[in-house]
Design a protein around this ligand. Structure first.
Ligand code: NDP
Length: 395
């Protein structure tokens, strides 16, 4: 019997639980645990109403490794899906290691005191996971996640050699509010305000945040400004495909979004350095998160589409070729189906598919793995079947 423990009860976890409940042949038993039990119970009630599936719920602080290890030893699930925040990654990996349980997440570890995400901390568990005979699948969301699988698909079917890779993420959704982030505001703002990094001729190049801008014509959406930034999948992709000479990540931002962000940054509200306020230490970005709209509240009001994909240039049969592989997801349809908007939907569906690949032993290894290290075909087939169809174009 396949039993999964899902940790976290935010917008993404809501989609993951809905999607796991939809596939009763793979996910026989689902337990949802998070810091706030009421949020788990609300998701469980919605899933019961929609799919008739009972979700067990538990309260857990995933940063308390002994308590989480006890929970894992009590429940003995086949797999833990970490859908909490990147700060919890290592604690959850530690508990999985202690209890001998497989692990999956959607975002790589970031130390709370430093806005810097890197795979080195999680890759360092490889030897211990191998020795324990368990697997960790890192970054099974959309980007990272599907973008890694798209790259593996390009290498397997479309290009003999990939020379240039551009991952391009558009959110053309409109929630009608002056300023809001579409996933956890703290993680989102830390990511966007960090220096941009891209890979060029065998080395990382660092440039100031949002200093490279282009225009890209997205299918079904049209032209949008895209800005280069650093994103975690670049690190694993250039490691696993050393032929890639240039790798960049781009995201769309409206002028309105960037103006708000600039002001917040200029007045110090995006800082992660603690400040004293009325005798108490507070971290400005955490206070900002508390006053910004909860991303989950954007679901019912967001209209429009997301388009995320990879443009790869390289050689096929000795000739130059450029291909584009992408998915388009509609905010309103995602909300109608799950009660979460497209950002959560495009992350939650691949998390469920990654879990399915592990539970069915389609993707199996002992140790710590990234998505591009497995056969992309079965994953992409399931992805399309569970709500995220994808297209390939030659440019
Ligand atoms: P939310 O902030 O909406 O939800 C996070 C959940 O984790 C909350 O329920 C929170 O509990 C819970 N949590 C936080 N700390 C702990 C803890 N110590 N123990 C137990 N539970 C905890 O985030 P999202 O749902 O938007 O995002 C979830 C993850 O998905 C993040 O890691 C994010 O980076 C990742 N992501 C990945 C993407 C991809 O494409 N790869 C894209 C978008 C997001 P509480 O409710 O009590 O605060």
């Amino acid at each position: 019997m396949n039993h999964v423990l899902i940790i976290g009860a935010g917008g993404v976890a809501n989609v993951v639980v809905h999607k796991c409940a939809e596939d009763k042949n793979t996910f026989h038993k689902i337990t949802l645990a998070s810091r706030t039990l009421a949020k788990c119970d609300a998701i469980a009630a919605a899933v019961k109403a929609k799919h008739g599936v009972t979700i067990d719920t538990r309260q857990i602080d995933a940063d308390d490794v002994p308590a989480l290890t006890r929970l894992l030893e009590e429940l003995r699930p086949q797999l833990v899906l970490n859908i909490a925040l990147p700060y919890q990654d290592l604690h959850i990996m530690d508990a999985c290691l202690a209890a001998g349980i497989n692990y999956l997440d959607t975002a790589n570890y970031e130390p709370p005191e430093e806005a810097k995400f890197e795979y080195k901390w999680q890759w360092a568990y490889d030897g211990r996971y191998r020795a324990r005979g368990i697997m960790a699948l890192l970054g099974s969301g959309f980007d990272p996640g599907v973008t890694n699988v798209f790259t593996a698909y390009i290498k397997k079917h479309l290009l003999d050699e990939i020379h240039e890779l551009d991952i391009i993420d558009a959110n053309a959704g409109d929630h009608g509010l002056p300023f809001a982030t579409n996933f956890n505001p703290e993680i989102n703002i830390r990511e966007i305000t960090a220096d941009a990094r891209h890979w060029e001729n065998g080395a990382w190049q660092t440039t100031p945040a949002l200093s490279h801008k282009r225009v890209f014509d997205f299918p079904q959406i049209g032209e949008k400004n895209i800005y280069m930034m650093y994103h975690e999948e670049l690190e694993s992709l250039v490691k696993h495909f050393p032929e890639i000479k240039t790798a960049r990540f781009w995201m769309t931002f409206s002028d309105n979004y960037l103006n708000h962000l600039k002001v917040l940054e200029n007045v110090g509200m995006t800082s992660i350095e603690p400040v004293m306020y009325e005798g108490r230490e507070i971290i400005p970005i955490q206070f900002l998160k508390a006053v910004l709209p909860d991303p989950a509240s954007l679901g019912p009001r967001t209209k429009g589409k997301t388009c995320i994909g990879c443009v790869a240039k390289g050689k096929k049969d000795g000739k130059d070729k450029t291909v584009y592989i992408y998915n388009i997801c509609d905010h309103e349809e995602a909300y109608k189906e799950t009660g979460s908007q497209a950002i959560s939907y495009t992350t939650g569906v691949p998390a469920m598919i990654g879990a399915k690949m592990m539970l069915k032993n389609t993707w199996r290894a002992a140790g710590v793995r990234n998505m591009e290290q497995f056969d992309p075909d079965p994953f992409l087939e399931e992805l399309a079947a569970y709500g995220l169809p994808w297209e390939v174009k030659e440019l």
